[in-house]
Each structure stands twice: as structure tokens, then as C-alpha cells.
Design a protein around this ligand. Structure first.
Ligand code: ZN
Length: 324
């Protein structure tokens, strides 16, 4: 991509923190800010925190950069009407339900604003700057609290008729499986979301399974996290390794459906839980190859995401770069 002579602000509005940065067209983050979201204080507080983080960036920027900021992109968990900029049912920020975030930012900063679901923004970011660069069709899976998804078709973010497309976490992998927050049962997210992974380990250990992770949390099972389970697995803990294998297989099973429906060149897998690396990717790819059409087996590539800590900021900034 030829370097464009302007900048974008990317904001990652999460339930705990708001992270934001000024990004150039090559995906370099020039300046960054991070402040607590303060969800408990209500919707107006969240909006004023959002405005504050953007104001801080404008203040920090040199005049030459400031004058070339073309727009502001914001990624938010939940369903987003992209054109209008209205947020629906954000799971961790309920006070923003029905709020027009786009209008708010445009009026406040007199700049074009673009709002998207955070996993959709991540997908666009990987397509613009990361592991999906150069692909025509790709899918991005974000493994975190849940399993977020984003679909790029013909180089563009596909959001469907109701701007809700890409909810890949709700691909059913077990017909009579455990209930999911969406109202369905057996969704892949209900097995591989960060909290569910920890809960699976807790249940198994309570039922008598031996694992070195018990020692890592000094017997307080409430402290188990995917990160600690990864640590245990790397040190050869049999239970933790087996759990990651199961999780990999479950995600691999969902990817088979994605590949069959969309036939993308790449499925990019990112987010905090994906940092488990090969102990997750190996069983995931193996299961995908086992279940998929032979024709697709070598064609659809499953690869780790490239945007790591800045995925949120870069993804949101790509909403601006893709428009111009
Ligand atoms: Zn579901």
C-alpha cells in the first residue's frame, strides 16, 4: 500500500479500559493513551471518557500531525449500525445501548467518525496491516472473553443486511451442548471463551483431576486463567495439554463451517487466548484438516494474527483508512 499522507485516530472502547492511538497509514502507532472506562458511572461518563482520551491525543500531537488527522474510528463490543453509528446491546457497557456514538464524536471533534463492532474492526485491521494483507476474502477470529469474528469479502468488511454478520462465536458445535448467552445451546464460544476455559479447568480439578495449575494458584481455583493453563501446559502438565487440545479441536471444528460457507484464503486467529500458540494451533489445524473437504484442506490457511497488543487501536484506525 502506498503511504498516505494523513493519520487516523483508532479507539478501542472496552468494558475496562479505553485505549486509543494516532496511527499512520503504514500501521505505525505514533502516540497512545489508555484510561479506565468507568462503566459503573453510567453512559454519560463513558462518553465523556471517550471524548477525554481523544482530546488527550490531540493535545499530545504535534501541529503537523494534528492537522492531518482525517478521522476517528471506534471499535466497540456489541452490535453496531455502522452507517448510523448506533450501538446495540454492548455486553460489557450496557449503558451505551441505543447510543449514537458516531454523532457524538463527529459533533465533538468536527471530524468524520466510523464505529464498528470490535471484532469486525480487528478483522479489518488484520486485512489492512496484518496477517490478512493482500487477501481478497478472509475471516478473522478473536479469542478473548468470547469468540469474536469478522468477515472480509472482496476486500470489504461484510456486515450483512442487519449489520450483525460475523458472529462466528455462535457457530454450534454441539447440538445439545451447554446454554450460551445468545439463547442457543452448544455455541463454540461457550466452550472456548476465556472464562469458560478457566471454568472447565476448575470443574475438572474439583472432580478430582490432577493438574499442576492447582499449585500455580496456591489452591485457590478462582484464580485460574487461560494464561496459567498455558504455563502449566508448557511445563508438560498432562491435563492442561489435554484441555488446550480439546479447545483447539473445538475451534478447528467451527473453522470447518467457516471454510465451507465462505471459502476464504485465510482464517486469521488472534486475541489474548490465541497467545497459547502451538499448543492451540496444532490441534486446531489438525482438526480442520481432518474434517474439511480435501480440496480446501491445503487452500484455506489458518494463521496467527499479526496485530498483537495494538490490535484494537489499529483495527479501529483501519475503519478510517479503508474509507479514504
Ligand atoms: Zn451463542
Amino acid at each position: 500500500m502506498a503511504r498516505k499522507d494523513y493519520y487516523a485516530i483508532g479507539v478501542d472502547l472496552g468494558g475496562t479500559n479505553i485505549a486509543a492511538g494516532i496511527v499512520d497509514s503504514t500501521g505505525k502507532v505514533l502516540l497512545r493513551e489508555k484510561i479506565p472506562t468507568m462503566v459503573a458511572l453510567g453512559g454519560n461518563t463513558v462518553l465523556s471518557r471517550l471524548a477525554l482520551v481523544i482530546t488527550l491525543l490531540f493535545k499530545k500531537a504535534s501541529p503537523s500531525v494534528k492537522n492531518k488527522i482525517k478521522g476517528i474510528g471506534v471499535g466497540i463490543p456489541g452490535m453496531v449500525e455502522h452507517e448510523k453509528g448506533i450501538v446495540h446491546e454492548p455486553p460489557n457497557i450496557p449503558a451505551l445501548n441505543g447510543v449514537n456514538v458516531k454523532k457524538f464524536i463527529q459533533q465533538r471533534f468536527k471530524k468524520p467518525a466510523f464505529i464498528a463492532n470490535d471484532a469486525n474492526a480487528h478483522a479489518l485491521g488484520e486485512h489492512t496491516f496484518g496477517a490478512g494483507k493482500g487477501t481478497r476474502n478472509m475471516v478473522c477470529i478473536t479469542l478473548g472473553t468470547g469468540l469474536g469474528g469478522g468477515i472480509i469479502l472482496n476486500g470489504k468488511l461484510f456486515t450483512g443486511s442487519f449489520e450483525t454478520a460475523g458472529e462466528l462465536g455462535h457457530i454450534v458445535i454441539r447440538k445439545e451442548g451447554i446454554p450460551c448467552n445468545c439463547g442457543n445451546r452448544g455455541c463454540v464460544e461457550a466452550y472456548v471463551g476465556a472464562n469458560f476455559i478457566a471454568e472447565r479447568a476448575r470443574k475438572a480439578i474439583k472432580a478430582g483431576t490432577k493438574s499442576s495449575v492447582t499449585k500455580l494458584v496456591n489452591g485457590d481455583l478462582s484464580l485460574i486463567t487461560p494464561h496459567l493453563l498455558e504455563k502449566a501446559a508448557r511445563k508438560g502438565d498432562r491435563y492442561a495439554l489435554q484441555l488446550w487440545t480439546e479447545i483447539g479441536k473445538e475451534i478447528g471444528t467451527a473453522i470447518v463451517s467457516i471454510a465451507n460457507i465462505l471459502g476464504p484464503e485465510k482464517v486469521v486467529v488472534g486475541g489474548g487466548v490465541s497467545r497459547a500458540g502451538s499448543i492451540l494451533f496444532k490441534p486446531m489445524i489438525k482438526e480442520f484438516k481432518k474434517r474439511s473437504y480435501r480440496y480446501l484442506r491445503t487452500r484455506v490457511k489458518i494463521v496467527p494474527a499479526k496485530l498483537r497488543d495494538d490490535a484494537g487501536i489499529l483495527g479501529s484506525s483501519s475503519l478510517v483508512f479503508k474509507q479514504n
